[in-house]
Design a protein around this ligand. Structure first.
Ligand code: ATP
Ligand code: SF4
Ligand code: MG
Length: 380
């Protein structure tokens, strides 16, 4: 298996996911209050997640992409009950986890785990690895698993260190004694030791060297197969998302704007925002020229999202279509356009094939015509 930098298109395990949802999210909203002045008066809300609906199928890797601040982390944290929701439903195997209390909540915490982006900051530097991994086990100890007993716990820590490719005796060491990749393996072992079914991996490879990224991605895929895991996987890097995901959701300003099986999304994106994101991914073949779509204008504040389509202030398609009114007045529904492909754009069908192809896949330069005819600008 090669890595994301190896250019293996669709290297993700596209066949995974048995179609049965393990997680279902309906109209999920998470707002953060904005308070001002000495009296801390409520001045409004940051709408970090603002009406998101989708499902994650058992056994799949669901990739989530979008610009910084669009709400990816908040979405995952809300799902895991690390953040209080404002509204909506999030079901784990049919039961709304947002309503869990007491024993149910404790059990759920074991079944749904998180892997953090920062392998340094997420491991307590004053604790040996045995305690870092053992802490979670202790919190979930009961008479059945006997994780309250030191011997049982230490054995399990050793087993899971080996499971992620580390030595058992590393349990005695401290985080600073490890490399970045090894630390991330410890973070994975900590999540895995609790025997979860679902893992929210929040940019787990972003802080790592490119050479290490592939190793960690392949480890996550192997573990998925060995432990029947399901992942919600967040990344900025579109090559990483393409490599690891079965399906992909694209988020913009607190909402999902496109969702599709991975191969379909990369070959046939239908939201102008997705097309712009994909146009920025360089092609490894120097003969292939892509039409780069540069988004103009700042990302609007999630405290005051634009009316109508949230993307309308930066949308190149809207401009090409002569500023149709509904873009600025009607929030486009997140609708199915066939084959499990969903998109939130009134005019998704109006995107010309040659425009998206030139932006996403690129156009091979004809041999012997350097600087000759420009088929890309003709197509746009
Ligand atoms: N605890 C908080 N209090 C107030 N606002 C918050 C809090 N956490 C996140 N936000 C805001 O919510 C929005 C979404 O943040 P979030 O961290 O979920 O985005 P993200 O997509 O994960 O970004 P990144 O790619 O940078 O990690 C941002 O505007 C952020 O400033
Ligand atoms: S609805 Fe209009 S503004 Fe929104 S993405 Fe589609 S064309 Fe652009
Ligand atoms: Mg984040």
């Amino acid at each position: 298996m090669s890595g994301p930098d190896g250019g293996a298109a669709g290297g993700g395990p596209g066949e995974a996911g048995n179609g049965v949802p393990i997680v279902e999210i309906e109209d999920l909203k998470t707002y953060f209050p904005i308070r001002t002045g000495i009296l801390r008066r409520l001045a409004g809300y940051v709408r970090a997640v603002d009406g998101v609906s989708f499902e994650i199928r058992r056994g799949e890797v669901f990739g989530l992409v979008g610009e910084s601040g669009c709400g990816k982390t908040t979405l995952g944290r809300t799902l895991l009950r690390l953040q209080r929701p404002t509204g909506g439903v999030a079901r784990l195997e049919g039961r709304n986890v947002l309503e869990f209390r007491g024993r149910d909540l404790r059990k759920m915490r074991r079944r749904m785990q998180i892997i953090f982006q920062d392998p340094v900051g997420s491991l307590n530097p004053r604790m040996p690895v045995s305690d870092i991994i053992g802490e979670g086990l202790l919190a979930q100890a009961d008479v059945e698993n006997r994780w309250g007993e030191r011997k049982v716990r230490d054995k399990r820590v050793g087993d899971y260190l080996e499971e992620v490719g580390l030595r058992r005796d590393y349990a005695r060491r401290y985080p600073h004694e490890f490399s970045g990749g090894q630390r991330q393996r410890i973070g994975i072992a900590r999540a895995l030791a609790l025997d979860p079914e679902f893992i929210f991996a929040d940019e787990p490879v972003s802080a790592l060297d490119v050479s290490i990224q592939s190793q960690i991605l392949n480890l996550l895929l192997d573990l998925r197969d060995r432990h029947d895991l399901t992942y919600l996987f967040v990344a900025h890097n579109l090559s990483v998302i393409q490599y690891i995901s079965d399906r992909v959701g694209v988020m913009y300003l607190g909402k999902l704007v496109e969702l599709s099986p991975v191969a379909e999304l990369y070959a046939n994106p239908r939201h102008p925002y997705t097309i712009a994101l994909l146009s920025a991914v360089p092609d490894p073949d120097p003969r292939v020229r892509k039409k780069r779509i540069v988004l103009t204008g700042d990302v609007p504040s999630p405290a005051a999202p634009p009316p109508g389509c949230r993307f309308h202030t930066r949308c190149w398609l809207r401009e090409q279509l002569g500023d149709p009114e509904e873009c600025a007045t009607i929030d486009p529904p997140f609708r199915e356009i066939g084959g499990g492909h969903r998109v939130a754009c009134h005019f998704a069908e109006r995107i010309r094939e040659e425009v998206s192809t030139a932006a996403v896949i690129g156009v091979e330069e004809p041999p012997g015509v350097p600087g000759g005819a420009d088929p890309i600008s003709q197509a746009s």
